[in-house]
Design a protein around this ligand. Structure first.
Ligand code: GLC
Length: 476
């Protein structure tokens, strides 16, 4: 009996703990799940020569010395984070994430743990993270800090390219006797302590975790410390096994990912400022991608790579602004909505309002004949073309009412002038909370026993005859 009580206590205890943990995770992620759009900012030395961020070192496209020489021209002379924040806010972004330190090891804040920072090494001569954080907060935007766990400059971190001795850049007083990896862990966790205590970010976007195991990074202990400093913090999936949300990159998911997620994408083919890369995605692709991502319950983290002086290239500005114009016109569909209809009801992305009384249908192509919506059990009260005052007529027929299978809702097509240049959105208002028919259509019972009850070939009430494995249309 005593054992039973102990077992029950342990089980209940564990259950309660697990539940509390889930609730905590959920409430930490609340704002993130509703954010829809974030701006990723890759700002670093690499913009000076217009080369690939950090990876040009890894791939030996440039010597370490020449790479670091770029710092001499990293001026931040026209850096105006207030203007950035104003822009991000205007286009509907809810958060931004800036590279505080990429794999190259260059810190954008005044770290005390290495001289490889923009205060000591560049004409900018100042901490660039503080004004960014303040500007975002002034506009009510959430603050994200990108931090590369791998550090290809640190003398205790092994790299695959030739590198001079960098020890002079890393004060390591009293650490001479330490094991090199222990010393590196102390360093990187120390930098994170600096970032947390100075900026208290809402989100850490880690990167480069693939170079070591979770044990080597001490991921669990780090996550515990980060949360003890800010219990509301959220962390992307690249803290080896201890992240809070998934971060697919560049390749858009085809199947709806499980749980909270964010898709990060460049506008051209590079993360940093790379003026010779003109392979920009057209605005239409950026808007479609945004719609596809949010209709699958994710956020788009759209990247910009500011110039070394801190200005944003016109191609990037134009894309941010165009996306913002589209979002502002369709804000009812973008915000206060969740992932759309499951597969099969509508040919295209869709969103559902949080109160479940509206469905937003997104049209990538100009429609023909009529627009159809299948499997909708609700009475529809109106259908509007979002961002215009056009109401669309609709009717429904077909269906199998005796089996509760709704007919197809046929929606008339909007006037040409009301079709959006990029993606048209229809707002379908429902009388009650959304209810969907998700069946396979009514088929006479297919269980083996049922078939043997009625023989092998039976006429079904939907005009099909069936066997357990095949169906053939009856001739009319
Ligand atoms: C990859 C790259 C890195 C880039 C990041 C952004 O991890 O290694 O350079 O910053 O993607 O998602």
């Amino acid at each position: 009996m005593k054992n039973l009580i102990i077992t029950l206590c342990v089980l209940f205890g564990a259950g309660i703990n697990a539940q509390t943990a889930d609730v905590e995770v959920d409430s930490r992620l609340d704002w993130f799940k509703d954010a829809k759009l974030g701006v990723f900012i890759h700002w670093g030395y690499y913009g000076v020569n217009g080369i690939t961020e950090s990876w040009s070192l890894y791939h030996k496209k440039i010597s370490y010395e020449d790479y670091m020489q770029q710092g001499k021209k990293f001026t931040a002379a026209n850096y105006d984070p207030e203007e950035w924040a104003e822009l991000f806010n205007k286009i509907g972004a809810q958060y931004a994430i800036m590279t505080t330190k990429h794999h190259d090891g260059v810190a954008l804040w005044d770290t005390q743990l290495s001289h490889l920072n923009v205060v000591d090494k560049t004409p900018a001569k100042r901490d660039l993270v503080t004004p960014y954080v303040n500007a975002l907060r002034n506009k009510g935007l959430k603050v994200g800090l990108y931090y590369s766990l791998c550090d290809w400059s640190h003398p205790d971190y092994e790299v695959v390219f030739p590198r001079p001795n960098t020890k002079k850049d890393y004060p390591q007083k009293g650490q001479k006797q330490m094991d090199t990896w222990e010393r590196f862990v102390l360093f990187y966790q120390g930098q994170l302590k600096e970032l947390s205590s100075q900026f208290n970010p809402d989100l850490y976007w880690f990167d480069g975790d693939w170079e070591k195991s979770a044990e080597q990074w001490r991921s669990k202990a780090l996550k515990d410390s980060l949360l003890s400093w800010n219990p509301n913090l959220i962390v992307n999936s690249r803290l080896n096994q201890y992240g809070d949300y998934r971060t697919p990159e560049q390749g858009i998911p085809v199947v709806r990912p499980d749980g909270p997620w964010e898709f990060c994408m460049t506008m051209n083919d590079n993360w940093g400022y790379y003026p010779s890369d003109k392979n920009y995605k057209p605005i239409s692709q950026i808007i479609r991608t945004f719609v596809e991502v949010i209709s699958n319950g994710g956020n788009l983290l759209l990247n910009i790579g500011p110039k070394p002086d801190g200005t944003i290239a016109k191609e990037q500005l134009e894309r941010l602004e165009s996306l913002g114009t589209w979002i502002n016109k369709h804000s009812d569909a973008v915000f206060d909505t969740t992932a759309g209809l499951p597969y099969g009801h509508f040919y295209g992305p869709s969103l559902i309002s949080k109160d479940k009384k509206k469905i937003y249908l997104c049209l990538f192509n100009n429609p023909k004949n009529y627009i159809s919506l299948k499997g909708l059990q609700n009475k529809v009260t109106s259908i509007k073309v979002l961002g215009t005052d056009e109401e669309l007529s609709f009717e429904r027929n077909g269906g199998a009412s005796w089996k509760n299978i709704p007919g197809v809702l046929r929606i008339s097509i909007p006037k040409d002038k009301n079709l959006d240049k990029y993606v048209t959105v229809l707002e379908v208002s429902l009388e009650n909370d959304l209810e969907l028919y998700r069946g396979q259509g009514h088929v006479f019972r297919m269980e083996k026993e049922a078939m043997s009850d009625f023989g092998n070939l039976t006429q079904l009430d939907n005009g099909f005859k069936g066997t357990p494995n095949s169906f053939t249309k009856l001739s009319n």
